[in-house]
Design a protein around this ligand. Sequence first.
Ligand code: OSB
Ligand code: MG
Length: 367
Amino acid sequence: MKLEGIEIVRASVSLRDPIRTSFGSLDQRDLVLLRAVTAEAEGWGECVAFKTPLYSSEYADAAATVLERFLIPQVLARPDISAETVAEVLHPIRGHRMAKAALEAAILDAQLREWGVSFARYLGVTRDRVPAGVSIGIRKSIADLIDVVGGFLDEGYRRIKIKIAPGWDLEPVRALRERFGADLPLQVDANAAYTLADAAHLAQLDEFGLQLMEQPLGEEQLRQHAELARLVSTPIALDESVVSAECAADAIAMRACRIVNIKPGRVGGYLEGRRIHDLCRANGLAVWCGGMAETGIGRAANVALAALPGFMPGDNSASGRYFEQDLTEPFTLDDGHLTVPSGPGIGVTPLPDVLKSITSSTTWLPA
Ligand code: OSB
Ligand code: MG
């Protein structure tokens, strides 16, 4: 496939209700969108990097810069490119996985549109809908948390995850168990807020029958997660720590986790995310698809990925959980599920008027 050029679109959209995590509050999505143009099609990719480097080292302005200066020129210089070769072409450039993932996604969308094949079919998924889960931030009070969780359960969400941090962990979990019972599928996500010295404290979560605790320790602490796993009975899931299939292989070998949160952006692309799914499945580990409060562009591809057989219910929520107005046709809940898009490519495109209203700048890089 020959690219004619790639456009970088910078835009910004507010969240309806900020999501507070152990590292800060997410109230706005600073967007880096890519439009890959070929003679026959155009494809879209969304970069998941946040405005600030607090979740991981990547952030939106840096992603836009590395895309413009280093990543996009590499793929435009190729007389022939396919989505399957993008990661290898970009491999010499270190890191910047979220930026790379967006570029691969845009090229993959264009390629699949040329072929007239949906991303779901390309992946070989076996489901046409996935159960929706929701990730709920740190709230101002227990009463407020219970209200918010009750609201999401009424909407049909099948799994609840709450953010935790020192000072907001045992009490909210206990309150949710008291109010909603032992059968509620419940997870916690610490976003790296604890240390191994907190092991005895974290073990107090064991009595609540959580599905998992996500990323209790730091991004680079695989060995310490393996030690923590021996001190708590709640299964440990890793998010920030798993940035590649190699990393997942290490985590599995070290028994650092029993479950992996696959965020395609964090691991450098959907194709690497698929490899991690396959690796985990072959090793008997469950995976789920994480979210980064994506617009419909990223959400569409996430929902397709999450329809692979090894995925348990994840952080894929409806558009309305995040935005007043999504960038694409909104994803809505149907009986607690999201429908896997079936049109060519990711199956959705930005709504022109919405895109125009949120765009702050565009940069066209011709081949
Ligand atoms: O760790 O998964 C995370 C939100 C902001 C930053 C980090 C994370 C999250 C979420 C929400 O858990 C994911 C979503 O709903 O898209
Ligand atoms: Mg997480």
